[in-house]
Design a protein. Structure first.
Length: 766
């Protein structure tokens, strides 16, 4: 391979790993249900790896990343690379094949919950959070990494192994509890972990590796002085390891901040910056002592969106950077894990939109092209600048946004609404409900497929979906839930479903992106002004409500989540797009109310996902995000109850966030476990800032196969009732149930109802 010092180099920081046709997803799910053997699954993984590094080398990249494949999650892979096995799983290590032991930690089983599922660095990807405690010991297990490296070397391709950096590995992990002490600080294990990294370096150097990539995404967030000191200690030591490859440290997903200055003062040879997300001025970069001696991996190609880069603007910027850091490699700002494989597979996206798109393959081409132009100058085809295509605008949409008034974001006071809703709904204390989706049967999936293929009329399709809805309603009535849902059988994915029905969105056929494990989605693309041509869910919700006397929730996705889970246009501020989507959702909510739906859930599980990693941008983001939600939900009367569904992954002012959204009921996903949320609610209540709105802390993990028992749910609901009082408490799982089987779902919900009734009886006695 060409070395990056021969002119300006080109590389990427990672690549999609599910296979161009979701080969990994299909193989995993076949293996989990016993339809595929272990060796066959391993062969699928090797084939994806081999095709990937061979194709990337053929593109002209001067460096190809390795160790980016995973059978489930790369963070879990890195924990196991360094032998970090939680004590609660350790006893099963000897009794299971290594692959099955890996899946045990990732997926759990009825008597053993999996590792926590946590959002990764503000993206839509989720990772299984490693668990560390004071007794954790580290050891090196590099067999999978070395096997791929050796196969590539046999083809004449040297890979640059990608490994999660030691500081981020510890910071992204869950802290265990030490008896008699406060929460354990995972960074306390750093000195125990660093020798194992040095051992890995020695193994790689002896194998012929010339460079290793250490990702430190945790340091693009705000960090304490102690965490920065640990980072400096780590790289002062690792950069002085006696036998090692060159070290590239990357700061993906934002501003590397203080960590960049620290790295510039060490013997680390290379630094990767996400200049697509945080475009650092060349003159500011030049002020950092020692930076000119480093190889700069200039991440100018965005790994988190699907828009082509402006090659002229980007090339000019690269020339400015090269004047400061002559040893420069053109790169992506992040791994390309977050974008689909190939835009050329999308044959029915309209041309003026498709021409502006770049998926993973196209982004690799952009990197190679820019590096060549930087080295040799622009070619003749660069001379003619392509015709500029404007994003689609609609006068009526823009006029409507301009006409928004503050009153459109306000409802009657909560106590007025609460009284009106209680009179209308007459719900018991601690009502039991779910958050929307039920498992998708093969009949429903086949009906959607046949409708799309033209083999089924809409009338026949409607009858089949109505049969699924009726079965779901009857099951919920039998279980004893107090507020029902229609099950979302007409929806493939909640974001894609609404995107297909809104103007201004484009959807893909093959644009799959991994969320976690085998779970993949096709994020829509917001390319123009957004509006709602017709009602989107009223028909299905109205039918469900006609089947029962119990209230059935309308289910709509909130505006911020629609943005967070889509690839968003770049020509206007996010808040303008958010208000456009909010107005479309507002129309749907109003139509649901007119159809007689008394409870409407406007889901915002992603409202905290877009929160800036550093604090200076957070107030402005929260201002417009909350305003967009309230715009979407404030068009209904006081007797209509608005629910929402949000997520938390760390200690925050939970009560303040819920109060500002002003939903009547808020369901919480606690990605670190529900106990800390209950503690937060209790602390806020004790300090005089108690919750004044309804809340449903998710009391069991909907993504796990584990079935919680009644006593466990009773204990959690009792703790929640003490934190918020029973009058404000709802009982619900922490998410939709689409990925579950009915044999898991039914006993879990029956136990939930039984536990809610226990708490209810005790509350009414008091």
């Amino acid at each position: 391979m060409v070395n990056a010092t021969d002119g300006y180099g080109s590389s990427i920081l990672g690549y999609p790993r599910i296979g161009p046709h979701r080969e990994l997803k299909r193989a995993l799910e076949a293996y989990w249900r016993g339809a595929l053997g272990r060796e066959d699954l391993l062969a699928v993984g090797r084939d994806i790896q081999d095709r990937q590094f061979s194709e990337l080398a053929a593109t002209g990249l001067t460096q190809v990343p390795g160790n980016t494949f995973s059978f489930y999650d790369h963070v879990l892979d890195n924990a196991l690379l360094f032998g970090a096995v939680p004590s609660r799983f350790a006893a099963h290590r000897g009794e299971l094949d290594p692959l099955d032991f890996y899946f045990l930690m990732a997926r759990g089983r009825p008597d053993l919950p999996p590792l926590e599922l946590v959002r990764y660095c503000g993206t839509n990807y989720h990772y299984r959070q490693p668990e560390l405690d004071a007794d954790t010991e580290f050891s090196l297990h590099p067999q999978a990494l070395l096997d791929e490296f050796d196969r590539a070397m046999a083809r004449g391709i040297e890979l640059r192994p990608v490994v999660l950096g030691p500081a981020s590995l510890l910071l992204l992990s869950k802290a265990g509890q030490v008896p008699g002490e406060t929460e354990f600080d995972t960074l306390g294990l750093l000195d125990r972990l660093l020798p194992v990294y040095e051992e890995l370096f020695e193994v790689l150097a002896k194998r012929g590796a010339t460079c290793v990539q250490l990702d430190e995404p945790a340091y693009t967030s705000e960090r304490t002085p102690a965490e920065l000191a640990a980072f400096e200690r780590a790289y002062q030591r690792l950069s002085k390891a006696p036998l090692r490859p060159r070290i590239l440290v990357t700061g993906q997903y934002g501003d590397f901040g203080e960590a960049l200055t620290i790295l510039a003062g060490t013997n680390v040879e290379a630094v990767g910056l996400d200049l697509a997300t945080h475009r650092m001025r060349a003159e500011d970069l030049a002020k950092i002592p020692g930076i000119r001696r480093k190889r700069l991996y200039a991440g100018v190609i965005n790994g988190r969106n699907v828009w082509r880069a402006d090659r002229y603007v980007t090339l000019n910027y690269l020339n400015e950077l090269a004047a400061v850091c002559p040893d420069l490699v053109v790169s992506t700002g992040t791994t390309l894990l977050h974008v689909p494989y190939d835009v050329l597979a999308e044959y029915d996206i309209e041309g003026n939109v498709a021409d502006r798109l770049a998926f993973a393959k196209q982004k690799v081409g952009e990197v190679v092209s820019l590096a060549k132009a930087l080295t040799e100058g622009p070619s003749d085809k660069w001379r003619k600048r392509p015709t500029e295509v404007h994003f689609k605008q609609k006068h009526a949409v823009r006029q409507r946004v301009y006409a928004i008034t503050p009153g459109m974001r306000e409802r009657e006071p909560y106590e007025v609404r609460r009284a009106a809703q209680q009179e209308r709904l007459d719900l018991p204390v601690v009502p039991a409900t779910t958050l929307g989706s039920f498992p998708q049967t093969g009949r429903a999936r086949q009906a959607r497929h046949d409708l799309g293929a033209g083999r089924l009329s809409y009338e026949e399709y409607r009858k089949r979906i109505e049969a699924e809805i009726e079965a779901t309603i009857r099951l919920q009535e039998d279980i004893g839930l107090d507020v029902l849902v229609h099950g979302e059988h007409e929806r493939n994915d909640m974001i894609q479903y609404f995107a297909e029905l809104l103007d201004g969105f484009a959807t893909t056929r093959f644009g799959w992106v991994q969320v976690y494990g085998s779970r993949c989605v096709r994020p829509p693309i917001i390319y123009g002004d957004v509006s709602r041509p017709a009602p989107m869910s009223v028909e299905w919700i109205s039918y469900a409500q006609s089947l029962t006397d119990k209230p059935v929730k309308g289910m709509v996705t909130g505006p911020v989540t629609m943005i967070a889970r889509s690839f968003v246009r770049q020509d206007q501020p996010l808040y303008e797009t958010a208000d456009q989507v909010a107005l479309a959702i507002r129309d749907e909510v109003v139509d649901l109310e007119r159809a007689g739906i008394a409870i409407i859930q406007v889901d915002e599980p992603a409202i905290r996902e877009l929160l800036p990693a550093r604090p200076d941008g957070r107030p402005e983001y929260l201002r417009w995000a909350v305003a967009a939600f309230r715009l979407a939900t404030s068009g209904v009367g006081p007797a209509t109850q608005i629910h929402t569904h949000i997520g938390y992954s760390g200690r925050a002012d939970v009560v303040q966030a819920i109060e500002e959204l002003d939903a009547d009921v808020t369901a919480i996903v606690a990605t670190r476990s529900i106990e800390w949320v209950l503690e937060a609610l209790t602390e806020d209540y004790a300090s005089g800032r108690g919750l004044t709105h309804g809340v449903g802390p998710g009391v069991y993990e909907s993504r796990s196969a584990r079935i919680p028992d009644i006593d466990e749910l009773d204990e959690l609901l009792t703790a929640a009732a003490e934190a918020v009082t029973p009058q404000y408490l709802w009982a619900n799982p922490d998410g939709g149930l689409k990925t579950r089987h009915y044999w898991q779902l039914e006993p879990s919900l029956r136990n939930l109802v039984a536990a809610a009734r226990r708490v209810r009886r005790r509350a009414t006695k008091d």
